[in-house]
Design a protein around this ligand. Structure first.
Ligand SMILES: Nc1nc2c(c(=O)[nH]1)N(C=O)[C@@H](CNc1ccc(C(=O)N[C@@H](CCC(=O)O)C(=O)O)cc1)CN2
Ligand SMILES: Nc1ncnc2c1ncn2[C@@H]1O[C@H](COP(=O)(O)OP(=O)(O)OP(=O)(O)O)[C@@H](O)[C@H]1O
Length: 210
């Protein structure tokens, strides 16, 4: 990882490193702490999934992504390149592309900024973005997708998601026009936590549940 992306990652992942935002109220601080503890526990659980369980769950989630996209009539969809044990939905991306859905991937441009999306289809070249996630080349056209497929570390019963704590998707969904947002998560990600003021609920959370 490049030094700049390592610095950015450290700021995002380590809440004790000062950020250029005001100190949170004590209620916000306890919410943030609870989210941080949940995040750690759920990431450990995700990492512990065995290969066969994971393959089965990914196939189920992928099928649901395909069904949701077709039913919703979405013609441009932001997908993601899996990191940190997120569901690998490559087979579903192939099926979506074959059905003519225009895919794109998020690009982290800088800390505290919304994500940018660039056109991508299976097989296209990728390079690391500012946080080290694989993203399309800068030459790929920028796109404003109708809907975002958002990987979740966890989610609650009201459809709010828990991410890695960078706030990138929240900042992106705060922009106008707001794209539709659908979460994907393994079923064990369902947890109890309170949403914060900036959290935007998902229209649906697609899981591997029966
Ligand atoms: N797949 C995916 N892409 C995404 C996001 C996401 O949540 N998932 N993002 C949503 O915000 C943005 C990037 N946010 C990121 C948040 C955390 C890490 C991270 O923890 N990276 C680890 C190791 C990655 C790996 O397994 O290869 C590290 O660098 O230590 C990277 C990017 C845009 N792209
Ligand atoms: N709309 C917004 N405008 C400005 N800052 C925001 C916005 N949304 C979130 N943030 C910032 O991002 C921080 C992290 O938010 P949160 O813990 O909800 O991230 P997350 O949803 O888990 O992360 P990610 O979206 O990257 O996966 C918040 O504490 C806040 O400072």
């Amino acid at each position: 990882m490049q030094a700049s992306s390592y610095r950015l990652m450290k700021q995002i992942m380590n809440p004790s490193i000062a950020r250029d935002t005001p100190a949170p109220s004590s209620e916000t601080a306890s919410l943030v702490l609870h989210k941080q503890q949940l995040r750690t526990a759920l990431l450990a659980r995700r990492k512990a999934l065995d290969v066969q369980e994971r393959e089965l769950a990914d196939a189920r989630i992928g099928q649901r992504v395909l069904e949701w996209t077709m039913r919703a009539g979405v013609s441009s969809l932001a997908v993601y390149q899996p990191i940190r044990g997120e569901p690998d939905l490559a087979a579903a991306y192939n099926a979506l592309a074959a059905r003519g859905v225009h895919l794109c991937l998020p690009v982290v441009v800088e800390k505290d900024a919304p994500l940018l999306f660039r056109a991508w289809q299976p097989g296209d070249a990728l390079q690391k973005d500012a946080l080290g996630t694989l993203a399309p080349l800068p030459s790929a056209p920028e796109i404003r997708p109708q809907a975002l497929l958002i990987p979740c570390v966890g989610f609650n019963a009201a459809g709010f998601r828990l991410g890695y704590g960078g706030g990138f998707y929240d900042r992106t969904l705060a922009g106008l026009p707001r794209p539709r947002a659908v979460g994907v998560c393994y079923r064990f990600g369902l947890a109890a936590f309170e949403a914060q003021a900036h959290d935007v609920p998902m229209e649906a959370i697609l899981t591997d549940a029966d």
